[in-house]
Write a protein that binds this ligand. Structure first.
Ligand code: HPA
Length: 285
């Protein structure tokens, strides 16, 4: 007997699980060693993928059920191999709500990485600095986040085999990984900020009034990604480290308009120290 379990938004849970399994199997056939750490590389930060040794590269478009990314500065491929003496799987390019994807699609790659067996996930992004102590080019360890979209990838019937219905987010960003990141920063002489990342849908940058609000609410930085992937990683019991590259000061903080070109330029400028930092963190995990 085939049991059809429909979520209240109409998604077919068995179908979703089968899609994850198909993608996992496709990737498993192409790799010799299982990755145990996942990396999601944000806007302009994808170059780290090039440092992976013995890389096995799989284009998203070739993986069954994978969405395909559309933003400039975002490639769309998985790179699996060795980095900092660890077996990693890196996403060069991620999916955003503003591209029109559903949150179940955006977070699908995290489900697949979990299926492949990762135990830790390092998420990175470009973000606008809200904290006036920040400067463009700063790297910020994400201590906590604020989901300001009113949306959540776990809405719908829970898949109990993947994780619990109600997920504790008290320590979403793992304290030990934060410690390792700080030690790595000190060792490499790369200054690190620490703060709260607020997720907004985009694709508009915020208004100066919205940034004032974000600040009052406790945000240190704002961005259009990361939180859905983190929520799903936590649902799966994966330990998370988040690092933002402050590519610009958020709207209204400086007397200048925001531009995607500048976001990419700044992230490329700090790419080298960002990459060295991640490799050092990986080496010490
Ligand atoms: N706002 C939202 N997302 C961003 C920004 C910003 O200022 N900079 C980079 N990503």
């Amino acid at each position: 007997m085939i049991i059809h379990i429909l979520g209240h938004r109409g998604e077919d849970i068995l179908d979703y699980i089968n899609k994850i399994i198909d993608s996992v199997k496709y990737i498993e056939k192409k790799i010799q060693k299982r990755p145990n750490i996942g990396l999601i590389l944000g806007s302009g930060l994808g170059g780290l993928g090039e440092r992976i040794n013995r890389p096995i590269i799989i284009e998203y478009k070739d993986i069954p059920n994978f969405p395909i990314s559309s933003v400039e500065g975002h490639k769309g491929r998985l790179i699996i191999g060795e980095l900092g003496n660890k077996e990693v799987i890196a996403m060069q390019g991620r999916f955003h709500l503003y591209e029109g994807y559903l949150l179940k699609q955006i977070t699908f790659p995290v489900r697949v990485m979990a299926g492949l067996g990762i135990k830790k996930l390092i998420v990175t992004n470009a973000a606008g600095g809200v904290d006036e102590k920040f400067s463009p080019g700063d790297l910020m360890i994400i201590r906590d986040h604020i989901n300001f979209t009113g949306q959540n990838p776990l809405i719908g019937k829970n898949i109990d085999t993947l994780g619990p219905r109600f997920v504790d987010m008290t320590n979403a960003y793992d304290q030990n990984l934060i410690k390792l990141a700080k030690i790595a920063g000190k060792k490499l002489n790369i200054p690190l900020q620490e703060g709260v990342y607020m997720w907004l849908t985009g694709p508009t940058y915020e208004t100066p009034a919205e940034i004032k609000l974000a600040k009052i609410l406790g945000a240190s930085a704002v961005g259009m990604s990361t939180v859905p992937e983190v929520i799903v990683a936590i649902h799966q019991g994966i330990e998370v480290l988040g690092i933002s590259c402050i590519t610009n000061m958020a709207a209204g903080i400086l007397d200048q308009p925001l531009d995607h070109e500048d976001v990419i330029k700044t992230s490329l400028m700090v790419e080298d120290s960002f990459e060295r930092l991640i490799v050092e963190i990986l080496a010490n995990i």
